[in-house]
Design a protein around this ligand. Structure first.
Ligand SMILES: [Cu+2]
Length: 139
């Protein structure tokens, strides 16, 4: 009698286990590709953008933050811009162009606009201010 109950319980447990396994498999099959897809077209690159100060940082990051860019971070110390973007919607050349328009020279493009501009005074960027504004790009 006792053995029978035990066997019965054992059977039920096996069924439950199977159900759980099936559920897990279902979740894995459904969710994993979605996660892979979401991250597959995101890419992070680093490239150099000339700049000098916190004002430059704000300008560069703002310029680089076009639609499809999820993260743009520029370092004053290394002058490297770290960019995380969607490869399907973002053309990197557009980012280079925006940065050049904002007045910063990157690895690929010479600056076309004027940098820092009115933010010069409050940004505290005074290195090279004598020549062509605080952020002439030549550092
Ligand atoms: Cu600056």
């Amino acid at each position: 009698m006792l053995v029978n109950v035990w066997l019965f319980k054992q059977k039920m447990w096996n069924k439950t286990k199977l159900k759980i396994m099936k559920k897990l498999l279902f979740v894995a099959v459904l969710v994993l590709p979605m996660m892979a897809m979401a991250s597959a077209n995101m890419k992070t690159v680093e490239f150099k953008v000339n700049g000098n100060c916190g004002g430059c940082k704000a300008n560069i990051e703002q310029a680089a933050h076009i639609e499809g860019v999820s993260e743009a971070e520029w370092s004053v110390e290394t002058n490297m811009l770290s960019l995380t973007y969607c490869t399907e919607t973002v053309d990197l050349d557009d980012v280079y162009q925006k940065i050049a328009d904002a007045g910063y020279t990157s690895e690929k493009l010479e600056a076309t606009g004027s940098s820092c501009g009115s933010k010069e005074a409050e940004s505290g960027c005074d290195s090279g201010s004598s020549s062509s504004g605080c952020c002439s790009g030549d550092k």
